[in-house]
Write a protein that binds this ligand. Structure first.
Ligand code: THU
Length: 143
């Protein structure tokens, strides 16, 4: 489904990004997930002193939605911004990491859209199938 309110989804991702907990990387990420039922769930990255323990914004948003009983998803907006002058961190479109792409294939079909937004007007849209071809699946909705 490509007919949905992209602006509302982008706004929600920017709004929740204010709550990102990223004192180690200084890269603040917000994600907003649209369910088939029309609800939006949000999440941020949550980092940890023990670096690998941290979680990405995308999986935070999925965990919130799935914990609320949702199982079918239309699209997600992701937005990231560095909050320091670290030249190693890019301010380009924020793409989901490989672990998040694999996570998405469990619940989303190939048409699921990922909006990587720099602003409400400047964004790229990719379908999950393009970002995660040949996903590993035992049981999932990636059809
Ligand atoms: N991060 C996300 O939350 N989502 C992405 O799509 C890419 C990376 C987070 C993980 C970590 O907290 C920080 O960004 C830097 O990698």
């Amino acid at each position: 489904m490509s007919e949905y309110d992209k602006t509302a989804l982008i706004k929600a991702a920017f709004e929740v990004r204010k709550n990102a907990y990223a004192p180690y990387s200084g890269y603040y990420v917000g994600a907003a997930l649209l369910t088939e039922s029309g609800k939006i769930f949000t999440g941020t990255n949550v980092e940890n002193s023990s670096f690998p323990v941290g979680v990405c914004a995308e999986r935070s948003a999925f965990a919130a939605a799935i914990s609320s009983g949702e199982r079918k998803f239309i699209a997600m907006c992701v937005t990231g911004e560095r909050n320091n002058n670290n030249p190693l961190i890019s301010n380009d479109y924020c793409m989901p990491c490989g672990m998040c792409r694999q996570f998405m294939t469990e619940f989303c079909d190939k048409e699921f859209e990922i909006i990587s937004a720099k602003s409400e007007e400047d964004y790229q849209i990719n379908k999950l199938d393009t970002l995660m071809p040949g996903a590993f699946l035992l049981f999932g909705g990636f059809t």
